[in-house]
Design a protein around this ligand. Structure first.
Ligand SMILES: Nc1ncnc2c1ncn2[C@@H]1O[C@H](COP(=O)(O)OP(=O)(O)OP(=O)(O)O)[C@@H](O)[C@H]1O
Length: 216
């Protein structure tokens, strides 16, 4: 099993109820899973925990057997520069860097920049003619394609995507999602994707639904 979320609970400081209540979820290498649920049900929180971006109180999360509870801040940062990559609804590109520099940014930080692979990703994502442009000059769909390329530049084992097409119109969003699913299949990565859309959820291999912080 690639990702194992085992009985994880989390409560934000000062909150009355836990935001996640004994959640268990497992994802195999190469699997694609949609995480749905009402607004506030805890989807983003669970995705952030899977990306080692935040702490949980009880339970355990393992990625390829590596237990997150044993990691310090440096260890969690290593997870995010290696086996796990994230794509957000807000594209989060670095405004002062060109498309080419944004694509290579995380791979360079991780010390594993592979120019041939990044060039292949740029071509697959239709970014070849945009490489010297800056993010503010790109459309939303173009920006999200750069963000997907940047995430995949490190060949992650697990791609985490939080409403990745939430800021795009339906046609653009569908095209971006199709590209992301193609590239995930090509790289053999697993995908955990948060969405409000039943239609998008149906295009992934499996689906789980969160209700008030629990999978019921
Ligand atoms: N940093 C935080 N501190 C305190 N409470 C938080 C924090 N982040 C989220 N919450 C609360 O936790 C609950 C779940 O939030 P979360 O963002 O995980 O839900 P979600 O299912 O992703 O919602 P949406 O679909 O609206 O994005 C909400 O009640 C939210 O207010």
């Amino acid at each position: 099993m690639l990702l194992e979320i085992d009985n994880v609970s989390k409560r934000y400081p000062g909150a009355e109820r836990p935001v996640l209540d004994a959640v268990s979820l497992a994802l195999d290498a190469g699997e694609t899973l949609a995480l749905t649920g009402e607004s506030g049900s805890g989807k983003s929180t669970l995705l952030h925990l899977a990306g080692a971006l935040d702490h949980f109180e009880t339970g355990e999360i393992r990625l390829d057997g590596l237990a997150y509870s044993t990691l310090n801040d440096a260890g969690r940062a290593m997870v995010r520069r290696g086996p796990v990559a994230l794509v957000f609804q807000q594209f989060n590109l670095i405004p002062s860097l060109t498309v080419a520099q944004n694509l290579a940014f995380h791979a360079r930080l991780g010390g594993r920049h592979d120019p041939a692979w990044v060039s292949h990703l740029a071509t697959r994502l239709g970014l070849d003619t945009l490489l010297s442009r800056y993010p503010e000059t790109l459309s939303g769909g173009q920006q999200q394609r750069v963000a997907i390329g940047r995430a995949l530049a490190l060949r992650p084992r697990l791609l985490l995507a939080d409403e990745p097409t939430g800021n795009l119109d339906e046609t653009t969003g569908d095209a971006v999602l199709a590209l992301m699913l193609d590239l995930v299949a090509e790289t053999g990565a697993a995908l955990l994707l948060v969405t409000h859309s039943d239609r998008i959820a149906a295009s992934l291999g499996r689906r789980v639904h969160l209700t008030n912080g629990a999978i019921r």
